[in-house]
Design a protein around this ligand. Structure first.
Ligand code: J2J
Length: 533
């Protein structure tokens, strides 16, 4: 296994193989198999393109050849920062085929995050759009390329502009990957980003067979088949849309529709035109959809089900979803580290309204523990620990953090407070990890605090999540000033200047004379939330 990653102990690997969870197939081979089995079936609809499995496979092979000819080889790390563009899916499968490892950055990331990913993974290439949402990614790439010596290629989906050293993805030389060694299905296929709790983002190494299995298990739990038309309108680069949208749909031989964004004016016409049957939404977006559906301008009757997750869906809102959208609701929970759960078609309505889902694999092991790691009584609230055939055993190159975040016997400490129903369904009750879940976007408080501490007028700072009706939570920076108190706009400008992604900027600022402490002398975020929430 790739250096810096934690393998599953052999007895577990054997068990997962014997139970058929892990199969001897790489992600590149999954697409090739579907291209053989159902060549003419529409695999992907994106922008003006409509590619069958055979066409997508051919495109992937062509792109893999080009990337290889340009100098990208097995084991190379490639930071991928693409919104839902046509190039994204073929690019990912092309990298899987070469055995190069995509590092899945988010479109919103800026110099601070991208520079870190490139340096930390010693990436050789960085893939960008030309511009997106009013931002010129080529400028960012030029700046990152100038300071990261390993970075040899900047690949652009679109126009390279006047950047001579950059290469357009559609201008790659012809090449051939048929002579390359087959990637090991047991080895790492890509890196996902952890929601994070630490000063620097953590990377989650996901393997071909285990990550592929997570998609297959989702397809089985959700009853996907070749008639499934799944639309992803959130950024595809997160684990949830990648597994529930891309992998589950491709395992089932269905059709993936990639929308440029989730707003009803973009997404509803696509639902109508493509006969979308399934889609995943965060609660804040679901709220917009429910309001817009009321206007009745588009026919959404093809939708069989919407899945809501990523952050807690309140039961009162959950109750309104089915009548408003005219389709079934299911909830989903999960994490880039692995474990995920969805509802089943035959779950009773009350369970769908008040729980977040049932783990997708019979081999998922869940424990709910107290602060001493002792199992709580059934039905009580405690921290969720998870282990299983698609839950990783460690972060990439992070031995100290791994020692804290994984138990000795390999359970991942999720940092989530949950209780389990007698049926095994998971109910989210809160968090012990120092993270803010802003409408599904995860913010590691410590990372932002570290940046803010560099501000000349910030003596001390605590970033806390305050309840918000639409997003679930919003970030509030509680600042003990040094000299003149900073302003919220001033802090945002400071973070922008440091290259921090905008979703991490605090939404609110509270100036305090001192940060309240716990009995142990640590900053009490609970007290701050009680003061300002
Ligand atoms: C409350 N909190 C939730 C939910 C995730 C499926 C679905 C979501 C993700 C995801 C994913 C929640 N209610 N329904 O990867 O496969 C919070 C928890 C969790 C963290 C992980 C998937 N669903 N959460 O959101 O890696 O705190 O994955 O630990 O982005 O989101 O975030 P992330």
């Amino acid at each position: 296994m790739l250096d810096g990653c934690t393998p599953w102990p052999e007895e577990f690997a054997e068990r997962y193989r014997a139970a058929g969870r892990w199969r001897d197939e790489t992600l590149g081979e999954l697409l090739a198999r579907q291209a053989r089995d159902r060549p003419g079936k529409t695999a992907l609809v994106v922008g003006a393109h409509r590619w069958s499995y055979a066409e997508l496979d051919a495109r992937t092979t062509h792109l893999a050849g080009g990337l290889h000819a340009a100098g990208i080889g097995p084991g190379d790390r490639v930071v991928v920062q693409l919104p839902n563009l046509p190039e994204l899916v073929p690019l990912l499968f092309a990298l899987f085929r070469i055995g190069a490892l995509p590092v899945m950055a988010l479109p919103a990331h800026r110099g601070s995050e991208i520079g870190y990913f490139c340096e930390f993974t010693e990436a050789v290439a960085y893939v960008i759009p030309d511009t997106h949402a009013g931002f010129d990614h080529r400028e960012l790439a030029a700046e990152v390329a100038a300071r990261v010596p390993t970075l040899k290629h900047v690949l652009v989906a679109g126009d390279v502009g006047d950047h001579d050293g950059f290469t357009a993805l559609d201008g790659l030389p012809a090449g051939d990957v048929s002579g390359l060694p087959r990637p090991d299905p047991a080895d790492v296929a890509l890196f996902l980003l952890s929601g994070g709790t630490t000063g620097v983002p953590k990377l989650v190494p996901r393997g071909h067979q285990e990550w592929s299995y997570s998609g297959r298990a989702v397809a089985e739990s959700c009853g996907y088949d070749q008639d499934t038309v799944h639309m992803v309108s959130l950024p595809l680069c997160h684990n949830w849309p990648l597994t529930h949208g891309l992998l589950a749909t491709f395992h089932a031989g269905g059709t993936l529709v990639l929308a440029p964004g989730p707003s009803p004016d973009v997404a509803f016409p696509l639902v109508e035109r493509e006969g979308v049957t399934e889609t995943g939404l965060v609660p804040g977006v679901a709220l917009l959809w429910m309001e817009a559906a009321d206007w009745g301008e588009h026919d959404l009757s093809s939708l069989r089900r919407v899945t809501i997750g990523g952050t807690k869906l309140q039961p009162e809102m959950a109750r309104r979803v089915e009548p408003a959208l005219g389709c079934r609701l299911q909830q989903a929970f999960g994490m880039a580290e692995g474990l995920c759960g969805f509802h089943r078609w035959d779950d009773p309505q009350e369970v769908v309204l008040m729980s977040q889902g049932l783990p997708v694999s019979p081999d998922d092991e869940l424990r709910v523990v107290d602060e001493e790691d002792t199992d709580v009584a059934p039905g009580e609230v405690g921290q969720l620990l998870a282990r299983g055939p698609y839950t990783v055993r460690g972060y990439y190159r992070a031995p100290e953090h791994n020692a804290r975040t994984f138990t000795e016997d390999g359970f991942y400490r999720t940092g989530d407070l949950v209780r389990l129903l007698p049926t095994g369904h998971v109910v989210f009750e809160g968090r012990v990890k120092d993270q803010i879940n802003r409408g599904g976007d995860k913010i590691a408080a410590e990372e932002v605090e570290n940046h803010l501490l560099a501000h000349p007028n910030v003596r001390e700072v605590a970033l806390v999540g305050l309840p918000d009706e639409v997003l679930g939570e919003r970030g509030c920076a509680c600042v003990v000033p040094r000299g003149e108190a900073p302003t919220l706009a001033g802090l945002a400008a400071f973070l922008r200047e440091r290259g921090v992604a905008a979703y991490k900027f605090p939404d609110r600022l509270e100036i305090v004379p001192a940060l309240p402490a716990t009995a142990l002398g640590k900053v009490s975020k609970k007290k701050l939330i009680a003061m300002f929430g």
